[in-house]
Design a protein around this ligand. Structure first.
Ligand SMILES: NC(=O)c1ccc[n+]([C@@H]2O[C@H](COP(=O)([O-])OP(=O)(O)OC[C@H]3O[C@@H](n4cnc5c(N)ncnc54)[C@H](OP(=O)(O)O)[C@@H]3O)[C@@H](O)[C@H]2O)c1
Length: 258
């Protein structure tokens, strides 16, 4: 059998079928695809991923919120591959308000996930492209207290959730998604949303792509109550990939819980 081409590997991964290392030519781009995404497919379900693209000094956007683009085109393709491999993609409402993102899969072949917005105060802009009704379903997670009388656009389901001090417990968000059959989840941003899931130990894998760019001051990426001593810092098993000029590091946070 000739070695598999990139498209063959990707099609099989989308179908949940991980080719063997012998099916690809060592050192080829097909081997890279298999190495990057094979373990995420093999991990099965449930699986909670998070991603951030950040500058070398740890910002996910400039101070105006401009995030176009922190990382390069290879990382954008990588992000779209992650979207295609999950059932649902989760963002905080500030990301929708700032980026007017669609959260669909466009840069590679593959299905678009259900889109989920965490928005306790129901401040999702009504004109956001996400709720234009021409894409995959949207779950609009709002605080119980804000849900009464909300009118959602076609294709948008209101999901009322309890809050503590104005915030949803990540476990409650994930339980609501699993209750809808959405067990493979990508928490896509921004920094506050990913940080909350990280602090709550709700993530299995965290993929941070760092670009060789310095922003100086901007929207921070990860911030969580860390340890006093470096000896107690989180040091999960890590894998590293080059994405053009950027570097993606994948942390296996599930290993810390094991
Ligand atoms: N480079 C990247 O990878 C990337 C990815 C995504 C976004 N971004 C950028 O990141 C910036 C936005 O990031 P951000 O950190 O400021 O905000 P964010 O994470 O997008 O949204 C934060 C807001 O979402 C709501 N939220 C999030 N998690 C919640 C939870 N567990 N419970 C309740 N509410 C929750 C809260 O809304 P309330 O304030 O109403 O309580 C919170 O203030 C934008 O500039 C965007 O362009 C970059």
């Amino acid at each position: 059998m000739p070695p598999l081409a990139d498209d063959d590997v990707w099609r099989r991964l989308l179908a949940g079928d991980v080719p063997g290392a012998d099916d690809v030519e060592p050192g080829s781009s097909a081997a890279d695809l298999l190495e990057r995404y094979g373990p995420l497919v093999a991990a099965g379900s449930p699986l909670v991923l998070a991603q951030l693209g950040q500058s070398l000094d740890g910002f996910v956007a400039a101070r105006t919120g401009d995030a176009v683009f922190v990382t390069g085109t290879e990382d954008r393709r990588h992000l779209h591959r992650l979207r295609a491999l999950v059932d649902a993609v989760v963002v905080g409402v500030s990301t929708v308000a700032t980026d007017d993102c669609r959260l669909t899969v466009r840069a590679v072949d593959g299905p678009s996930p259900v889109r989920v917005v965490l928005d306790p105060r129901a401040r999702l802009p009504p004109a956001a492209r996400l709720v234009a009704g021409d894409g995959p379903p949207v779950l609009w997670c709002v605080a119980d207290s804000a849900a009464a009388g909300l009118v959602a656009a076609p294709g948008v389901d209101v999901v009322p959730l309890p809050t503590t001090e104005g915030a949803f417990a990540p476990a409650a968000v994930l339980a609501a998604l699993r209750g809808r059959g959405l067990a493979r989840v990508l928490v896509e941003g921004g920094g506050r949303t990913v940080s909350r899931f990280l602090a709550a130990q709700a993530l299995d894998r965290l993929l941070v792509t760092t670009a060789p760019v310095l922003v100086g001051d901007g929207v921070p990426g990860l911030r969580f109550p860390g340890a006093d001593r470096l000896a107690d810092a989180l040091r999960p098993p890590a894998r590293r990939f080059a994405l053009g000029p950027d570097t993606c590091v994948e942390l296996d946070l599930s290993a810390l819980r094991a």
